[in-house]
Write a protein that binds this ligand. Structure first.
Ligand code: 5AD
Ligand code: SF4
Length: 469
């Protein structure tokens, strides 16, 4: 699953004064953003409204990320700050509840309460539907740890998504279709924190996608730690893969744009590749992490593919959809990585040409096989390699964006821009595109001409163009 380790602010409407308020802070990947919304909705059914301000919150819920050490440590720093806030509250005669959800909750369980006694409850990703009961026990003064994998399907038990909430959240949405991972890459905690691969059933996914479309959503990103391993039984009893599911979703009125993330190279089957050729709604962007370019390191990472297999796969995908933009994740400094291995990664990047990418220093995670390997790479070497990775990937990203200057592209308008008179949308290749507000309103898909780029955005002409590229 791709992960950004930044805090995502959701759209939150102002809370009525007489209701209990929950402040949800989300760390990590898009699936956590989705989960935070579902948790907020579950608490809504229990009388809570979301607030964007910590100051008036009756409950703070941290939805955490455990993928690298830094991400996990952020949670404890935040809990330190919350302890002070709670002390002040209690000194003035009021109080607040503090809960920890997400992958740190799953990985560390009651250790969190031992290390940060300010925490009232800990809830793992598989039991979010039990949140109202957990909160009510915590309100009675119990310390609650709820991290067992639930036997029941949490999606069946979570309240149906509320149209008013969905509308407030805008014209793009995430939809989890698959959770967990059976790949066991030797660096990764996901199989331990999110558990075994599970696919949601077709009927559940289609119903949720319809609801999103009816609530004004125009672009849906299907989520899964291993999204392209999704499979399920179709209405006709046959086995569907992700390609077939995308074809079904593309039929839903109003859903004009579809995306999915994150994919494993081993699970890109022919039908999914063909869906990129056949479906106009399927955006020409694919996040396909390779992690490293050396076959020796790929083997040690248990990636189950070589560098050349990845190259050939990308060739097939590009043959199906020539304008597709590739995105990737890279790890440098995996145990035993030599200078020669690292150069193999640089060569693979040069061969593929990425429109966007995320790169990280290897971070040993307790409980994963990689953490116990000898030959851990010194920090300074990891830093130097990361610098080189990011310089090359940054240049490729700039080249891709500059290649769009002078082109007319379609943009889904999402929100007002930072400056007055601006409106911001997304290109088909996922870059933010800053447009003049006169080109259209939020939810419109417009054609605009790109005139220049800034660090991470495309800047469009101030006129709407009638024809699409
Ligand atoms: N150290 C560094 N990066 C990691 N990732 C996953 N585990 C680790 C780790 N232990 C990266 C991978 C993955 C992305 C979500 O995070 O590149 O694709
Ligand atoms: Fe982690 Fe590998 Fe599974 Fe991705 S495929 S979630 S990197 S174990």
């Amino acid at each position: 699953m791709n992960e950004r380790v930044k805090i995502m602010d959701g759209a939150v409407s102002p809370a009525p004064a007489n209701m209990r308020k929950v402040f949800v802070k989300t760390y990590g990947c898009q699936m956590n953003v989705y989960d935070s919304q579902r948790m907020a909705d579950a608490l809504g059914a229990d009388g809570y409204v979301e607030t964007a301000s910590l100051d008036d919150a009756d409950m703070v819920l941290l939805n955490t990320c455990h993928i690298r050490e830094k991400a996990a440590e952020k949670v404890y720093s935040e809990l330190g700050r919350l302890r002070k806030l709670r002390d002040e509250r209690q000194a003035s005669g009021s109080d607040m509840l503090i809960g920890v959800a997400g992958c740190v909750a799953q990985a560390e369980g009651e250790e969190i309460i031992r290390r940060a006694p300010v925490v009232d409850f800990v809830i793992g990703p598989q039991t979010y539907h039990r949140l109202p009961q957990v909160v009510s026990r915590a309100r009675r003064g119990d310390k609650v740890v709820e991290t067992d994998y639930a036997i029941e399907d949490k999606f069946d038990k979570l309240p149906e998504r509320d149209e008013r909430q969905l509308r407030a959240r805008g014209v793009t949405a995430f939809l989890t279709v698959q959770e967990g991972c059976d790949k066991f890459c030797t660096f990764c905690v996901v199989p331990y924190t999110r558990g075994a691969e599970v696919s949601r059933p077709v009927t559940q996914i289609v119903a949720e996608a319809r609801k999103l479309a009816e609530s004004g959503v125009r672009e849906v990103t299907l989520l899964g730690q291993n999204v392209n391993a999704w499979h399920g039984e179709g209405p006709d009893g046959s086995e569907w893969g992700l390609g077939r599911l995308l074809r079904e979703l593309a039929e839903i009125d109003g859903l004009d744009r579809l995306r999915y993330t994150t994919s494993h190279p081993r699970d890109m089957d022919e039908d999914l590749i063909a869906a990129h050729r056949d479906l106009g709604a399927l955006m020409p962007y694919l996040h396909l992490p390779v992690q490293a370019g050396s076959d020796r390191i790929l083997k040690a990472m248990n990636r189950k593919h070589t560098g050349d297999e990845y190259r050939r796969l990308v060739d097939r995908i590009r043959a199906a959809r020539p304008d597709i933009a590739l995105s990737g994740d890279f790890i440098d400094g995996f145990p035993g990585e030599t200078d020669v291995d690292f150069e193999d990664t640089m060569r693979l990047i040069a061969d593929i040409g990425y429109a966007q990418a995320f790169s990280f220093k290897y971070s040993p995670r307790p409980g994963t096989p990689g953490a116990d390997l000898k030959d851990q790479v010194p920090e300074q070497v990891k830093n130097e390699r990361l610098y080189r990775l990011q310089s090359l990937l940054g240049k490729q990203q700039a080249d891709f964006m500059n290649g769009l200057i002078g082109k007319t592209i379609s943009v889904l308008l999402e929100k007002p821009g930072r400056e007055p008179g601006q409106i911001v949308g997304r290109s088909p290749w996922l870059q933010p595109a800053v447009c003049d507000e006169n080109v259209g309103k939020i939810g419109d898909i417009v054609s605009v001409r790109i005139t220049r780029t800034s660090a991470n955005s495309l800047i469009a002409d101030n006129r709407k163009v009638d024809t699409e590229a």
